[in-house]
Design a protein around this ligand. Structure first.
Ligand code: SF4
Ligand code: SF4
Length: 320
């Protein structure tokens, strides 16, 4: 049936530290309504009951068929019109079930209490996903995707096992956000196979700004790892290095230019651009004219350098 909906209501699931959600994008419409995308509260790694999950998702699908949307979804950039089938399966995953990280970004939600966030133990996810495959809850289509958010995925206990499980089951679209501090052979393998896309946010083109934002002394190491990943990715654009515009720390043209120099020097073929989430939430919908100019400037520079550019959801929402 033809109607406006999104992949996440139809096929998606997000695993958080304490809940299951439809997706991780509810915040784009504002923090007040974000909780509406919760499928199950107080979730801490129990096996999933497929009837229960699909019944909840069906409720939202029926709403969309009637042109009704949660406030969290109303203006979402991921809604679009198409002929949606009514089959029940999951093939969009976001893993946000752990918070430990080897980096210390000043814009990270974990900054409030880094020590606590780094000490939480994640629930074992591998048996749950394995069980979902066994129960036939997962079906791979061309649109399928698996997204690792976190926390830092490469320090996750089950990281290599989870990657293998999805690769063995034919998933070719695993998206990983990493600090880039720890080099991962699993990621290297996935890049070579063309099944993993990797995003590393450096947000800076010099050590000083990097350390101001990231609060770790790993600038050189990260760019060394980026260079190795770029080699593994070859010409397939599966490695993206990201710049999160973070006023007032890195939203200047000198820093942006230095960052583009590092991109070229280290053989990166694709970049990603975003706007820092807290700044986005505090300033929406009246963004400064400067942020539009900088986004346009980065688009222009990427084009001139022949780089593939992905504009991330916050920056897309600014432009919208
Ligand atoms: S419409 Fe947007 S916020 Fe709502 S479930 Fe879909 S992706 Fe998530
Ligand atoms: S790399 Fe990600 S998870 Fe780690 S501190 Fe930075 S924003 Fe937070």
């Amino acid at each position: 049936m033809q109607y406006k909906s999104c992949q996440w209501v139809n096929r998606g699931i997000e695993f958080r530290t304490d809940s299951l959600r439809l997706c991780c994008y509810g915040y784009l419409q504002g923090r007040e309504t974000e909780h509406q995308t919760i499928i199950k509260e107080n979730y801490h790694g129990e096996f999933l009951n497929s009837n229960e999950i699909f019944e909840i998702k069906q409720k939202y699908k029926e709403m969309h068929k009637k042109g009704e949307y949660l406030d969290a979804c109303k203006d979402c950039i991921y809604l679009y019109e198409k002929d949606w089938d009514d089959e029940n399966y999951i093939n969009h995953f976001t893993f946000n079930h752990w918070t430990k990280c080897n980096c210390n970004c000043s814009y990270c939600y974990t900054r409030e209490d880094k020590k606590a966030f780094n000490s939480y133990k994640e629930y074992p996810l591998y048996p749950i996903i394995k069980d979902m495959f066994k129960k036939g809850m997962i079906k791979h289509t061309d649109e399928a995707c698996v997204i690792f958010g976190g926390g830092e995925p490469t320090i996750l206990h089950e990281f290599d096992k989870l990657i293998d499980l999805f690769l063995v089951n034919g998933c070719k679209n695993i998206r990983i956000n990493s600090s880039g501090i720890k080099y991962s052979k699993s990621i290297e393998k996935g890049l070579k196979l063309g099944a993993i896309s990797l995003v590393i946010s450096t947000d800076a083109g010099c050590r000083e700004t990097y350390e101001k934002i990231k609060q770790v002394k790993t600038y050189k190491k990260v760019w060394e790892n980026i260079r190795k990943y770029a080699k593994a990715a070859g010409n397939n654009n599966l490695l993206k290095v990201k710049y999160i515009l973070y006023p007032p720390i890195n939203d200047n043209y000198v820093e942006i230019d230095k960052w583009f120099d590092e991109i070229v020097k280290n053989g990166v073929k694709a970049v990603s651009l975003s706007v820092e989430q807290h700044w986005y939430n505090e300033n929406q919908p009246d963004f400064t004219p400067e942020i539009y100019k900088q986004i346009e400037y980065m688009k222009e520079r990427s084009k001139k350098l022949g780089l593939d550019l992905e504009i991330y959801c916050e920056a897309l929402a600014v432009l919208k």
